[in-house]
Design a protein around this ligand. Sequence first.
Ligand code: FES
Ligand SMILES: [Fe+2]
Length: 376
Amino acid sequence: MSTSFTDKQKLDNDVNEVAPLESVNPQSAGGIGSWFLRDMWYFALPSSALKKGKMVPKTMLNEPILLGRDQAGKAFAMRDICPHQAVPLSDGVFDGKEIMCCFHGWRFDTSGTCTAIPSLVDEQEFPVCKVKTKSYPVREVHGTIWVYFGDESESLLPVPEAPGLGESLYEHTTNNLSVPIHIDYAALALIDPAHVPYVHKSWWWRSAKALKAKQKHYVPSANGWTMVKHQPAKHSIIFKLFGQFIETEISFCLPGCRREYITFCGRTILSGISTLTPIDDTHTELNHTTYWMLPGTSFVTPVIRYFVNEFLGQDVDIAKKQATRLSYKPKLIPTIKDAGTPGAWYLLLKKEWHDSRKEKRSFANPVPDSILRWRS
Ligand code: FES
Ligand SMILES: [Fe+2]
């Protein structure tokens, strides 16, 4: 069925109510799918993937990054390009203190500062310590490693930790998936309730039964929002088994972190954080770290990994289909109310974060206290 002009105009008006139309047009400068947020922490690796004295190369936000862990156990990150002749430093040798480039043997400490140029003879003066490759701030929190991209002259944001952990003892594991689309599209999918009944069909989660009307309360929080604590939908076998004493709280914050924790009789039993890290313009990494508060039960890790991979793998399958058409740069409608409203908020938050940094003013969260309704 074709869309009449009037319908089209109404559609544009509906879209405009929640986000300026140009912000959803991939062809416009600064539009969806074309840039990355700066002045943000991005998930890099689970701590377990970076052993003492080892280096791991990785592309993040289109930049080659070398992640490493020194002899003392401290994680670091630097630009993975030797400033001499551009060989990857990660192809060199790391002794736990310094990295030796594999081309001419220049040595660099973990802050990226050159400490030795072996070809120099005694009387050849050269300010070796002025040779540097950029280093990046790194934080390690709850078994995850984060790298900061942006202006380091101002105080840095806190890392978006998984919520509800406090002093709890817990087990954890991180699932890593590769999504072949720009972070904006991956973020829209991460917070979109309308795809759930169509994409996430598993015997243990939900069947494709009739859609149910939902109503959720959202409040602004930090640089995102929180869907206030509520009892989870009873469609899944897992929640049916656990009964009525369960509550869940879900929040989202920039640059692409969906955080959820589940309480049983008021005590956190499960917490999870899904994070999106741009690799380049058309690839994003999705890392999901699950924490569960039953120390000594690491034997269930393979089961948790199986369920998370199954669930998020369904999102990756859709993203692969999307990628085949996004390359044509079609104009999109991610802001249909109310299921698309979180997507519209994501675009507004991203724009406001960028504008507030550029204009050197404080960030004003554009998310209103809202009740959203949809069928899923
Ligand atoms: S390229 Fe690294 S030492 Fe020359
Ligand atoms: Fe999904």
